[in-house]
Design a protein around this ligand. Structure first.
Ligand code: IMP
Length: 431
């Protein structure tokens, strides 16, 4: 029985994980965010209303579910409160059933300023970050200088540590980056009322999760970003600063692999990437226009236009390996409706040698590859909202079947539109 389920992105984020988590959590008791921060943007459409979550786990939209923001997540207290209030405006009351880890690192003003200053200095070599301070906050954690949620509980100590850290940051911001400085007194003044709001939510979330496991409760672990934005396995340095692959779920929660019963990888029926970095199947023509407009491919965190491309099955196979995926979920199939032909990339060739290459390792290798495609006939019928596999056009079924053949893994869920109910459950993953 698949008690605990992990949902991970297999591309560069924005695969539509939020909707899948929301759907699966209907049958669960807990939903957990494990890594990343408010750089994530999970868009959900519930009864025609669009809700975008950045930090709060998507499954919290179900009233009886308990949400956890675990130790691996970098938390901006102000953005957390903003999101709690936004949900309250939709009659969703998160406060009483949302717990945040006392060990989670904090994102504060100086992280955001550093993120912005660094990107500016990098110029044409910029990563294209979300500008939310994610990288600097994780750097502080690794450097063992960072403030954590538990540090909010002692005001005197907090004030002292803030003064020290801000001094360190201002030195770099002003002298090296020629950027504006930050004032620790203002940070502290803004932080104090925020602490009052989140105080009761601060917990040892690892303990909560292990109690839930003992009580035989179902838990859904919600990944953020995608496998190729992973700090170790992604297209470095064009990556985020956390482990977006399976390891991030384990270290980010304190729950070990024997309790992760099913690991589902989510992939779009095509590809997108926001921000800079390698993207072998990227399109620049009318197909880009089609995918971009029909798929509403604009970042839910920054509003930037996402780059679009064909499905890259070479990287998908890599994602299956590095995450130990049990099965796949394919999203946004309906966006391909109406195309004359559809392609998938099945291997890479080196531009210079024209030889096949298994997988590029360095940024230079990435620059020197050309994708090799298999082409399929498209379909003219609408797949939007289809709920049964047999109702899909033959061409769409063949497309799905071919992906399963190459990846040697089953596609258990197919999402056919933005609404909660636009979904084909090929297999009941809870059974
Ligand atoms: P950072 O996470 O803000 O440092 O950004 C690093 C890279 O990850 C940039 O290319 C961002 O566009 C990308 N990124 C971060 N979070 C997301 C996400 O949730 N979806 C898609 N891309 C993301």
């Amino acid at each position: 029985m698949n008690k605990n389920i992990v949902i991970l992105g297999t591309q560069w984020g924005d695969e539509g994980k939020g909707k899948i988590v929301d759907c699966i959590t209907k049958n669960a008791s807990y939903v957990v965010r494990c890594q990343g921060g408010h750089n994530a943007g999970h868009t959900l459409v519930v009864n025609g209303k669009k809700i975008i979550l950045h930090l709060i786990p998507s499954g919290l939209l179900h009233n009886d579910v308990i949400g956890i923001i675990a130790n691996g997540v970098v938390i901006s207290p102000f953005d957390l409160i903003k999101e709690i209030k936004m949900l309250e405006a939709h009659d969703i009351f998160a406060k009483k059933r949302l717990f945040i880890s006392n060990e989670a690192p904090l994102i504060l003003k100086y992280h955001i300023e550093m993120d912005i200053a660094r990107e500016k200095k990098l110029g044409t070599r910029a990563i294209g970050t979300t500008g939310r301070g994610i990288g600097p906050a994780y750097e502080d954690k690794i450097a063992r200088r960072g403030l954590r949620v538990k540090d909010l509980q002692n005001e005197t100590k907090l004030s002292m540590r803030l003064e020290e850290i801000v001094d360190y940051y201002n030195h770099q911001l002003v002298s090296f980056y020629k950027h504006k400085s930050v004032d620790y007194k203002i940070i502290l003044k803004n932080l104090l009322p925020a602490i009052d709001v989140i105080q009761d939510m601060i917990q040892d979330t690892t303990q909560i999760l292990h109690q839930a496991i003992k009580d035989n409760k179902k838990i859904v672990f919600e990944g953020a970003q995608g496998s190729f934005l992973d700090i170790d396995h992604g297209t470095y340095p064009y990556v985020t600063s956390s482990n977006t692959t399976i390891g991030g779920i384990i270290s980010g929660t304190g729950v070990g692999p024997k309790h992760l019963n099913c690991i589902i990888g989510v992939t779009k029926a095509y590809s997108t990437r926001v921000g800079n970095g390698p993207f072998p199947t990227e399109l620049f023509d009318v197909i880009d226009d089609h995918l971009s407009k029909k798929g509403h491919e604009f970042g839910s965190t920054t509003g930037r236009k996402r780059r679009t491309g064909w499905l890259d099955v070479v990287s998908l196979c890599r994602a299956i390996k590095i995450n130990s995926l049990s099965s796949l979920c394919i999203t946004k199939l309906d966006v391909l409706d109406g195309l004359d032909e559809i392609k998938i990339c099945t291997s890479y060739k080196n531009t210079n040698t024209i030889k096949n290459i298994l997988y590029p390792n360095t940024i230079n290798d990435w620059k020197n590859i050309i994708p090799v495609y298999e082409t399929f006939p498209g379909w003219k019928e609408k797949t939007l909202g289809i709920k049964k596999l047999e109702d899909l056009p033959e061409q769409a079924k063949n497309y799905i079947k071919r992906i399963e053949e190459i990846t040697k893994i089953s596609i258990d869920i197919i999402s056919t539109g933005p609404e909660r109910s636009d979904m084909i459950l090929v297999k009941n993953i809870f059974s």
